[in-house]
Design a protein around this ligand. Structure first.
Ligand code: PHE
Length: 514
């Protein structure tokens, strides 16, 4: 078979002589037709250099099946049956046709056709000839298909296909014309600019190979999941197993409205300071949050609104709520989801809900071995009528047990949006001490009532970092080895969550996410 270079030269010299190649089926290399698929490769390469352009010509070609080929070589089934029947009144026994005449399977088909053509007839249990000679039409038709790849009579083609003697295939050839860069010589294209090219100045005249953005690429044959993503997946599976739905957390930029205001976090709260939170410069603000909800939240902050609370007693400002930030916690998404749940409840009635998310949050912190300005939060939210703190504690026990932490303790704490609020501690076998792992609580009525949830609906929620359990599991001591360019994704040390040796554990105690 001709090489790509030979085919390219053939195309270029042919175009040089006759300006265009009307149909590449006619192209001959050393007297042989060229393989159209190989030609396509050569054409694509020339086209990428704009030396030629081409259009595909599609046509149907008819070929013979092995059985069809046998009919061409030995005669059709019916002709072979006719030949096997001796002339004269005696003929041949039907049972003998298959065996003696060695017709095999052809005997049955051939008989049917020969009867239909009135070439033979029955005489008792024997077959006799009805005519002296025959013309094997089927063989002739097949011969025509063999030499022309088609037949002028479409019905013939259809019949022979039904008899499985022919087959239809698509065949593509090409009409080729000169391109704007047509030349007989193929310039070598550079794929990269090199130091030598810059030195010699050669880059100025070099032609560069164009990027092929359509390349499908080679499917990856190796690689690793990022350790953080592995642990994330394990947590996701725990949540799914417990009937939780995943919250959409793909927007890192959030309004202060959902991140703080909807969570009954006052506007003077220190967390809203640029020291703790990243503010977006452009665009700096948004007004895309529900107006009626905004009014309710404003009143709740100022004087408690309809919640029975006295609020924070300050002047609430829309412009503060509109400030765009990198979300500081995924609870921003929880507040939005609870609002959606409340809206849906108004139409369909309230249905209990369990939500979770595991995604990135951002805090304006100075970066050190155990702190980063961004990390992943695991967040869980359960909304149902008349939930109690006992439900939260009971649920935490089950949830953390599934994660391999079977000794859990709680300590009261303060969050603007939960009451009561509890820090979660897990007993560390390696360290023989209690380590803080997360934060939890029951969302306050000042948060839930403005969102529009029925008054007897309680929402319990908790949040924890993903990095700490991952560092424990993989024995990573510096958070910068887990995120960023230094991460070793091939790490294989498997540590069960919360079962780490003393040395490693000490490093991790200081890893606080809040
Ligand atoms: N948002 C809290 C944090 O960032 C976690 C939390 C979620 C606390 C839900 C209570 C309820 O630490």
């Amino acid at each position: 078979m001709a090489t790509t270079e030979e085919l390219q030269t053939l195309v270029l010299t042919t175009l040089d002589k006759q300006n265009e190649i009307e149909d590449s089926v006619a192209l001959k290399k050393d007297g042989n037709a060229v393989d159209q698929l190989a030609l396509l490769g050569a054409l694509n390469s020339l086209k990428s250099k704009e030396m030629v352009d081409y259009k595909a010509i599609e046509r149907e070609v008819w070929t013979l099946t092995p059985e069809g080929q046998q009919c061409v070589d030995q005669g059709s089934h019916e002709a072979r049956v006719f030949a096997a029947v001796p002339s004269g009144p005696e003929g041949i026994a039907i049972t003998e046709l298959q065996v003696t005449a060695k017709l095999g399977d052809a005997a049955k088909v051939g008989q049917g056709k020969a009867f239909k053509n009135k070439w033979i007839a029955k005489n008792g249990a024997n077959l006799v000839r009805s005519v002296d000679s025959i013309v094997d039409q089927t063989q002739k038709e097949l011969q025509e298909i063999q030499s022309t790849s088609t037949h002028k009579d479409a019905k013939v083609l259809a019949d022979l296909k039904k008899r499985k003697l022919t087959d239809k295939q698509k065949f593509t050839s090409y009409k080729v014309v000169k391109g704007p860069q047509f030349s007989l010589e193929i310039k070598k294209e550079a794929t990269d600019i090199t130091y030598e090219m810059l030195q010699s100045g050669e880059w100025k005249n070099a032609t560069f190979k164009k990027y092929n953005f359509d390349a499908a690429g080679v499917p990856p044959a190796g690689g690793h999941l990022h350790p953080l993503m592995k642990v994330r997946q394990e947590f996701r599976e725990i949540f799914f197993e417990m009937g939780f739905q995943e919250m959409p957390t793909n927007c890192f930029v959030e309004s202060s409205f959902w991140n703080f205001d909807a969570l009954f976090q006052p506007q003077q709260h220190p967390a809203r300071d640029a020291h703790d939170t990243f503010f977006i410069k452009d665009p700096a603000t948004t007004d895309r949050f529900p107006r009626d909800l905004m009014e309710k939240i404003k009143r709740t902050h100022e004087n408690g609104g309809d919640t029975g609370s006295i609020g924070y007693n300050y002047k609430w400002k829309e412009e503060d709520a509109g400030k765009l930030i990198l979300r500081t916690h995924t609870t921003a998404v929880s507040s939005y989801m609870l609002y959606q749940l409340a809206e849906k409840s108004k139409v369909e009635g309230f249905k209990p809900a369990k939500y979770f998310s595991i995604d990135r949050v951002f805090r304006n912190e100075s970066v050190d071995a155990t702190h980063l300005a961004e990390f992943h939060q695991i967040e869980g939210v359960i909304a149902d009528r008349n939930l109690t703190l006992g439900d939260l504690i009971g649920f935490m026990d089950v949830f953390f047990k599934k994660m391999g932490m079977d000794k859990i303790r709680f300590k009261p704490t303060y969050n603007p949006y939960t009451e009561p609020s509890m820090e979660i501690f897990s007993y560390h076998e390696g360290l023989k001490t209690w380590v803080e792992i997360g934060n939890s609580g029951m969302f306050r009525p000042e948060m839930l009532l403005p969102l529009g949830l029925p008054p007897d609906v309680r929402v319990i929620a908790w949040g924890l970092g993903l990095e700490r359990p991952t560092m424990v599991k993989y024995g990573i001591q510096n958070i910068r080895d887990l995120l960023g360019h230094k991460v070793n994704i091939g790490m294989i040390k498997e540590y069960p969550i919360c079962r780490l040796d003393k040395k490693m554990g000490k490093e991790l105690v200081g890893l606080s996410q809040d």
